[in-house]
Design a protein around this ligand. Structure first.
Ligand code: HEM
Ligand SMILES: *[C@@H]1O[C@H](CO)[C@@H](O)[C@H](O)[C@H]1NC(C)=O
Ligand SMILES: *[C@@H]1O[C@H](CO)[C@@H](O)[C@H](O)[C@H]1NC(C)=O
Ligand SMILES: *[C@@H]1O[C@H](CO)[C@@H](O)[C@H](O)[C@H]1NC(C)=O
Length: 320
């Protein structure tokens, strides 16, 4: 009896240790038993969304960034506002800007059909971001999984945690540092701006009032972005003027030519400490690709909810 009790206790202790440690971190095989088809299901839904609209790949990648930088990668950006709940969708960096929520709903409903109640919305964002990059011609990496979904969201944290396009280089470095990401991670991840679009309001001051910008590039962008605030605010321009729907290293080549669209983009190549990294990514795509992949994995590790924290949301738009 005593022996049985003590071996039971030893077993419980080991179990606790095991559960404790496995719940503390993410793993690439998290759904290998519980949802072996999650990768093919997500990839085919992302593929059909991108074949309808190539920009969607960029939008899905950005959703993951804006999720991870606000209290960790926990699906909080996906929760809708209601009369008695204010989430992150209308926070300053997101309002009229982040998109792709219908595609996330579509992915989630397809995943729910193959494995009901198993895969978190936070993990769906992580997989969809990777698949988007791959489909647009970028690198692949092994996505770590096991995140759970938040039961809360924070507009205040979204307002302050996502760096604005007016950021200086030192703001960018410290913003990423506060999330455990290095300057190299920051520059590599900024290479995401090789795809997607920005609104006039995000780059107006730069194209009219900055001097570290190529003159003909500024003129071209001014044509669809009037100087007066309030007019044409939502007119779009590609973040990478060369290949806006291909994931390549042209973003860095643009910076070297003073053709970064956002003030924050050009900060990475403006005579400061990150110039050498920009030069290296512009001349060696393989270095960019490997640093980018490593940094995406690091970004996906930002304070996830694991184990029995949070929940597996049934509908990504609302807590259960
Ligand atoms: C380094 C700091 C960053 C700043 C200041 C920044 C800022 C911005 C801004 C202002 C826009 C345009 C939004 C609009 O006008 O509606 C944008 C778009 C975008 N950002 Fe960033 N961003 C940063 C880092 C990142 C990172 C780390 C990623 C991904 C890992 C990312 C992915 C994207 C993508 C893909 C788009 C285009 C989205 C679309 O077309 O729907 N950005 N970003
Ligand atoms: C908030 O409103 C929803 C309906 O929109 C309701 O189900 C929920 O109980 C309300 N929550 C609180 C805390 O009042
Ligand atoms: C977040 O920013 C928006 C837009 O500037 C503002 O309207 C809102 O009140 C802010 N929310 C919080 C909680 O700080
Ligand atoms: C450019 O700078 C001038 C002088 O500071 C200012 O009046 C104007 O509003 C700025 N224009 C834009 C588009 O930022």
């Amino acid at each position: 009896m005593a022996a049985a009790a003590s071996s039971f206790n030893t077993f419980s202790l080991l179990l606790l240790l095991f559960v404790g440690s496995s719940s503390a971190q993410l793993s690439t095989n998290f759904y290998s038993k519980s949802c072996p088809n999650v990768f093919t299901t997500v990839k085919s839904a992302v593929g059909s969304a991108i074949s309808k609209e190539r920009r969607m790949g960029a939008s899905l990648l950005r959703l993951f960034f804006h999720d991870c930088f606000v209290n960790g990668c926990d699906g909080s950006i996906l929760v809708d506002d209601t009369s008695n709940f204010t989430g992150e969708k209308n926070a300053a960096p997101n309002r009229n800007s982040v998109r792709g929520f219908n595609v996330v709903d579509d992915i989630k409903s397809k995943v729910e059909k193959v494995c009901p109640g198993v895969v978190s919305c936070a993990d769906i964002l992580a997989i969809a971001a990777r698949d988007s990059v791959v489909i647009l011609g970028g690198p692949s990496w092994k996505v770590k999984l096991g995140r759970r979904d938040a039961r809360t969201a924070s507009q205040a944290a979204a307002n302050t945690s996502i760096p604005p396009p007016t950021s200086s280089l030192s703001n960018l470095i410290s913003s990423f540092q506060s999330k455990g990401l290095s300057t190299k991670d920051m520059v590599a991840l900024s290479g995401s701006h090789t795809i997607g679009q920005a609104r006039c309001t995000s780059f107006r001051t730069r194209i009219y009032n900055e001097s570290n910008i190529d003159g003909s590039f500024a003129k071209a962008r001014q044509r669809k972005c009037p100087a007066t605030s309030g007019s044409g605010d939502n007119n779009l321009a590609p973040l990478d003027l060369q290949t806006p729907t291909a994931f390549d290293n042209n973003y860095f080549k643009n910076l070297i030519n003073n053709k970064g669209l956002l003030h924050s983009d050009q900060q990475l190549f403006n005579g400061g400490s990150t110039d050498s990294l920009v030069r290296s990514y512009s001349s060696k795509p393989s270095t960019f690709i490997s640093d980018f992949s490593a940094a995406m994995i690091k970004m996906g590790d930002i304070t996830p909810l694991t184990g029995s924290n949070g929940e597996i949301r049934n509908n990504c738009r609302r807590v259960n």
